[in-house]
Design a binder for this molecule. Structure first.
Ligand SMILES: [Zn+2]
Ligand SMILES: [Zn+2]
Length: 281
């Protein structure tokens, strides 16, 4: 029987998932999925293992990526499909973003020191051993531990929230740049989970991205695990007059998140559509 379903949004241990790429391949093959796309955050490190893992020929594998981008200060995730591994401009840009995120913690500690709080980066590093994406919650926990605040909530209210004195901006790629960059390396850019984006007018935002090369929208997505009680039908309605590919996936992160591998899938025809546009660009 032809394998009919594809899960086009999956994370591995190369970003913040708990399964290795080969483990994902093994599970997807056992589930008789027809295609999976590995879309780690700002990283292509898992793709070689994904492609090399042994599985039935009936399981297609797509080299993907999920770029953490922003638009007017709001977080926007851009998925890329059929991403080449050897593009220097793309790899350099991803490396820069990873490095700047790493530098964010020492900068935050410095700001807190300047405010007279006696905490050190070494204390923080001791607390975050094995944490794949350390950030403000960990700094907040340290402030509680050292008795500077009574709760992590207070830490945010006093120091770490957006407009507070210990805040350091998170470096993100502008969404338009991420879209153009993916197109420039012949990858297919797709807007991820659009209902998480806090823009006033989602349709005009999508059109803005389409003007610079966006080719798809992730329509099928389970928002409930993010605590967002909205349905994919809303997106379908918003984009009904647009000529754009509709994708979908589970956003599986292994044991860390709630949606199962293959928990959200799309028809294998969507993969054929992505392949077709990829061949044309
Ligand atoms: Zn995302
Ligand atoms: Zn994701």
């Amino acid at each position: 029987m032809v394998r009919a379903r594809a899960d086009l949004h999956i994370h591995s241990s190369a970003s913040d998932g708990s399964d290795s790429p080969s483990e994902l391949v093994r599970k997807a093959d056992a589930m008789k999925l027809g295609c999976i796309a590995l879309t780690d955050h700002d990283s292509l490190d898992g793709i070689q293992e994904l492609m090399g893992a042994e599985a039935s020929d009936d399981l297609k594998r797509i080299s993907g990526l999920e770029i953490s981008a922003e638009y007017e200060g709001r977080e926007v995730h851009i998925l890329g499909y059929f991403v080449p591994l050897d593009s220097k401009p793309l790899n350099d840009r991803l490396e820069y973003l990873r490095a700047s995120r790493h530098n964010r913690l020492p900068k935050m500690i410095q700001k807190l020191n300047d405010l007279g709080l006696d905490i050190s980066i070494d204390e923080l590093y001791d607390d975050i051993v094995g944490v794949s994406s350390p950030g403000r919650p960990h700094v907040a926990q340290l402030l509680v531990k050292k008795g500077f605040v009574g709760s992590t909530q207070e830490a945010f209210q006093k120091y770490l929230a957006h407009d507070k004195p210990g805040y350091v901006k998170k470096e993100r790629m502008p969404a338009l740049e991420a879209t153009k960059l993916l197109r420039s390396v012949s990858a297919v850019p797709v807007l991820a989970h659009p209902l998480t984006i806090r823009v006033q007018d989602l349709l005009s935002f999508i059109q803005t991205l389409m003007n610079v090369g966006l080719l798809g929208i992730e329509v099928d997505y389970d928002y409930s695990f993010l605590g967002i009680h909205r349905s994919s039908d809303e997106v379908r309605e918003i984009i009904k007059d647009l000529d754009i590919i509709q994708t979908g996936g589970s956003d599986y992160h292994g044991t860390i998140h709630y949606t199962e591998l293959g928990g959200v899938t799309v028809s294998i025809e969507v993969v054929e559509n992505l392949e077709r546009v990829h061949d044309e660009i």
